[in-house]
Design a protein around this ligand. Structure first.
Ligand code: SAH
Length: 261
C-alpha cells in the first residue's frame, strides 16, 4: 500500500516539475502584450466600416471610379493603414469617419473616400515611382507605400513635414522619401514619375509636374480657386507625349501655396 502510493506520487511530481519548467519558459519567451493587441483590435472594426462606406459611396456614383469601383488592392491597403496614427490625439475617435480632419497649421487630412479615389485613379503598379505634393499627415503616402516601388513626398510647412517624416519612419513605410519645399517645382532628382498626386488645390496644372511625368504617366490634381469650384482632374501624358485632361468631381481642398525655391 505504502509502495503503491509512493509509485503514484512519482509521476505527479514529474508533472509538477514540467509545469514549473513551462512557466519559467513562458516567462523567458514572453507572452503577447495584451494591451497592444486590445489597442489594435479596437480600431479594426471602425477601419473595416470605413472601407465599407467607401465601397457604398462608390457604388452610388459608378461614373467616378469606373464600373468595377475602387480597386481591391486600394481597399485592402486602406483596410490596414492605421489612420488613427495620422490624426491629432483629440480627433482620434473620428479617425475612421469618412470626413477630413484638421491636422494643425490650418491644414487637413483628406476624407478617406477621396484618398481611395485619388489612389485608384493613379493606377499605380508595384514598379511605379510616385510623387506626392502635400505630405500633410503622411497618410496618403502611407496608403501608396505598399502599392508601389517608391513614394517621394513634399510638404511646404516644415513642422508638418517633419512630424510626417518621423511618423512614416516609426511605422516602417521604408520606401517613402520626404522633403520640405515647394512642390510646385516637383522633385526632379526623385523622378521621372509614373504617377503624381497633388493633395492641395492648384489654380492651374504646374508645368514642372507635367514635365516630370513619364510618357504614359498619370497625375491626379484638384484644379480650381480657393473659394470657387475645384475639380478633381486627371492629367494623362500619352506615350507620344500628348496631354489629355479629364475632370471627375467637384472637391474642396486647401490651396497649393507658393514658397521660394
Ligand atoms: N496628403 C495629406 C493631406 C494634404 S493637405 C495627408 O494625407 O494628410 C495639403 C497639404 O499640402 C498641406 O499640408 C499643405 O501645407 C501642403 N501644401 C500646400 N502647398 C504646398 C506646396 N506648394 N508644396 C508642398 N506642399 C504644399
Amino acid at each position: 500500500m505504502f509502495r503503491d502510493l509512493a509509485d503514484n506520487k512519482l509521476p505527479m511530481g514529474r508533472l509538477l516539475g514540467r509545469l514549473l519548467h513551462l512557466i519559467v519558459l513562458l516567462a523567458l519567451v514572453g507572452t503577447p502584450d495584451k494591451a497592444v493587441v486590445a489597442q489594435q483590435d479596437r480600431w479594426a472594426e471602425p477601419r473595416a466600416a470605413m472601407v465599407r462606406t467607401i465601397q457604398a459611396y462608390t457604388k452610388l456614383q459608378p461614373e467616378v471610379a469606373g464600373p468595377g469601383g475602387i480597386s481591391r488592392a486600394v481597399l485592402d491597403v486602406m483596410g490596414k493603414v492605421p489612420r488613427h496614427r495620422f490624426v491629432p490625439e483629440r480627433h482620434k475617435s473620428l479617425a475612421y469617419a469618412d470626413r477630413p480632419l484638421p491636422i494643425g497649421d490650418g491644414q487637413t487630412i483628406s476624407q478617406p473616400f477621396i484618398v481611395a479615389l485619388m489612389t485608384h485613379l493613379l493606377k499605380a503598379r508595384p514598379d511605379s515611382t510616385v510623387l506626392e505634393i502635400g505630405t500633410g499627415s503622411g497618410y496618403q503616402a502611407a496608403v501608396l507605400s505598399p502599392l508601389v516601388k517608391s513614394v517621394c513626398t513634399i510638404e511646404i510647412i516644415p513642422r508638418l513635414g517633419e512630424i510626417a517624416a518621423r511618423r512614416l519612419k516609426d511605422l516602417n513605410y521604408d520606401n517613402v522619401q520626404t522633403k520640405i519645399g515647394d512642390g510646385y517645382f516637383g522633385w526632379p532628382e526623385c523622378g521621372p514619375f509614373d504617377a503624381i498626386i497633388v493633395t492641395a488645390a492648384a489654380g492651374h496644372v504646374p508645368p514642372p509636374l507635367v514635365k516630370q511625368l513619364k510618357p504614359g504617366g498619370r497625375m491626379v490634381i484638384p484644379v480650381g480657386s480657393v473659394f470657387g469650384p475645384q475639380f478633381l482632374t486627371l492629367v494623362e501624358k500619352t506615350t507620344d507625349n500628348r496631354i489629355k485632361t479629364r475632370q471627375f468631381l467637384p472637391v474642396r481642398f486647401v490651396p497649393l501655396t507658393r514658397g521660394q525655391e
